[in-house]
Design a protein around this ligand. Structure first.
Ligand code: DGT
Ligand code: CA
Ligand code: CA
Ligand code: ZN
Length: 570
């Protein structure tokens, strides 16, 4: 995805948000939101398209295309600037608080002059909202809880944002460096990233540091030195660049990959062997001589360990497993043969069935499931007729791709009691059914557990989609007795999804490990709503690795026959 597309998408999303705050008609707001998503997911660089080219983008008509031309010429959109002048940025930030919509944000601003999240967080306990129309005690409590959730996510960013920054920097620095890689939490594939750590080798660090601070994405140079330079990007993300001599690269990479707790364990092993491990190398304590440090493999080997994959380095038993020679052969991106969850523009996707299938074929998948939303997600307006027509179209389309098996499926909605949209007979017409929670996220644990288990037990349900329903930094995970849910999954051969969307990564890694102990199986799915979303699978794989999964645990690494046989037993 090109950066200009992201930038333009962000402008239209902001425009939509501001229009909804000013009370603009919902259909108009939605039109801009849809356009924003379509632009973000479009394969061509929008900053290089003319009016005709822009009109080719789904959901982009004349009016929106002209606004993009305006952006190409001026770097902004006139109409957006006009509403920006009326609504302070902090008011828009209020709408990011879960449960606080645009109408309420405007009331808070107009009645109380509140124009930031911090002001609101102070105003509620001070009683300033009392008597304000539309704000009861319950809604105040919900707002405070929402603010808490946002703050806990803190200044950390989602992994795809950090990855985009890291890759852009590495692309520029690589030609000037011997080696250049990202380390830290990004290399460990944590779900959120505090800052980006980049490590490079060079005999003279000067040119690398100069290239970093000269990048257009740099908003501020925090510190500039010989060994380390730190910058802050225009979006507020910190990047630390460390440059080391080639001969200490392995030790430095090991050190700066972390996690801290893993480093403590490896350092203890070194100490017991009469060695000292630091970011500069592995040294003999007595003589002070450098033992090794050029590669990570050498460092681990000298400690008597096999190389440990970064995604396991959290002091979660990986060092003991390494000592015993019991590290898992982790699932890799290249092991995946297909994708079991995707959407088209029949519901909330932005690409047509034809485009999604063409992209899946180009990706080299052996099988690919289209799983548009089922009718109970009312805003998607699905009907039996539309679904059956799509199935026909998919079958016809499948003929064109002899190497790809198209699976026609759906994403069902798990209702309050664990029932799904259609009866068994209709479900049996699908090749695959994903079932997910899309409503009533706050049921108590016992009710939610019963609800999920019921869905898992349904013979027509093959995959439990984004099982915790969390949205990172925006919505907490549902509360359930997960051991009961996972045991049911293993018993009924219902696959647990690892949804690869960067704001979901659901199941999370800790629950994956728990589910693994119950013998459950997993699928790493893109949940793609655009052709560009297949790229997110790398984060799903990273999460699966953090859950210690091997290819055998992940059903979409299996040949289709094996997958079908497993699902048939559910
Ligand atoms: P983040 O940035 O919060 O997402 O997480 P990390 O793990 O990237 O943490 P960061 O950026 O503070 O440091 C990068 C790595 O450097 C960290 O994973 C381990 C290593 N490191 C940093 N400070 C220390 C330390 O005081 N002791 C040890 N043993 N390692 C450290
Ligand atoms: Ca970091
Ligand atoms: Ca750092
Ligand atoms: Zn869903």
């Amino acid at each position: 995805m090109g950066r200009p597309n992201d930038e333009v998408a962000e402008l239209f999303q902001e425009f939509a948000d501001l229009l909804s705050i000013t009370g603009e008609a919902a259909y108009k707001v939605r039109a801009y939101e849809k356009a924003a998503r379509a632009i973000g997911g479009y394969h061509e660089d929008v900053s290089a398209l003319d009016l005709k080219g822009l009109r080719q983008i789904p959901n982009v008509g004349d009016a929106i295309a002209k606004k993009i031309l305006d952006y190409q010429e001026t770097g902004t959109i006139r109409q957006l600037e006009a509403v920006r002048a009326k609504i302070p940025a902090g008011v828009r930030a209020l709408t990011a608080i879960p449960t606080l919509g645009p109408k309420k944000a405007l009331v808070l601003y107009e009645e109380l002059g509140i124009s930031s999240v911090d002001e609101l967080a102070e105003a509620i306990p001070a009683g300033r909202l009392e008597g304000l129309k539309g704000f009861g005690a319950k809604s105040e409590e919900n707002i405070l809880h929402g603010i808490e959730l946002m703050r806990r996510a803190g200044d950390r960013v989602l992994i795809d944002v950090a990855m985009g920054v890291a890759e852009e920097i590495i692309a520029v620095l690589s030609p000037l460096a011997g080696r250049c890689e990202y380390a830290g939490s990004l290399r460990r594939s944590r779900e959120t990233i505090g800052d980006v750590d980049i490590l490079a080798t060079a005999d003279d660090p000067g040119p690398l540091m100069a290239a970093l601070v000269a990048l257009p994405l740099v908003a501020e140079v925090i510190a500039r030195g010989e060994k380390k330079t730190s910058i802050r990007t225009v979006k507020g993300l910190q990047v630390d660049l460390r440059v080391v001599p080639p001969e200490s690269y392995g030790a430095a990479l090991q050190y700066f990959t972390g996690a801290k707790a893993h480093n403590v364990r490896t350092r203890e092993i070194a100490v017991r062997a009469g060695l000292k491990l630091s970011e500069y190398g592995l040294f003999d304590v007595e003589s002070g001589d450098l033992v090794v440090s050029r590669t990570e493999e050498e460092v681990y080997e000298r400690l008597g360990l096999p190389w440990i994959p970064p995604t396991l380095r959290e002091d979660g038993g990986e060092v003991d497993a390494a000592i015993k020679g019991e590290l898992p052969r982790l699932v890799q991106l290249g092991d995946l043969r297909g994708d079991l969850h995707s959407h088209t523009d029949l519901t909330d996707g932005i690409a047509s069935l034809e485009d999604m299938v063409a992209a899946a074929a180009a990706h080299g998948w052996e099988y690919f499931a289209i799983t548009d939303h089922a009718p109970n997600l009312f805003m998607q307006r699905m009907t039996d007729e539309k679904m059956l027509a799509q199935r026909e179209a998919a079958h016809a389309l499948g003929e064109r791709y002899p190497d790809l098996t198209l699976l026609h499926g759906t994403e069902l909605n798990i209702d309050a009691d664990g029932e799904v949209d259609w009866p068994a007979e209709f479900l049996s017409g699908f090749d695959i059914c994903v079932a997910s929670v899309h409503s009533l996220f706050t049921q108590d644990r016992a009710t939610m557990t019963r609800r999920l288990v019921r869905a898992v037990e349904n013979p027509g349900v093959h995959v439990l989609g984004h099982p915790t329903a969390r949205l990172i930094g925006r919505r907490a995970s549902v509360d359930a007795d997960w051991d009961e849910v996972f045991a049911a999954c293993a018993r009924h051969r219902t696959v647990l999804e690892i949804d690869a969307f960067p704001d979901r990564l659901d199941l999370p890694a800790d629950l994956i490990r728990r589910a693994l102990r119950h013998g459950a199986k997993f699928s790493i799915d893109s949940d793609a709503h655009a052709t560009g979303h297949f790229a997110n699978l790398r984060y799903g794989v990273g999460t699966a690795q953090r859950g210690w999964l091997t290819p055998d645990d992940v059903v979409n690494t299996w040949p289709l026959d094996r997958l079908r046989a497993y699902l048939a037993g559910s």
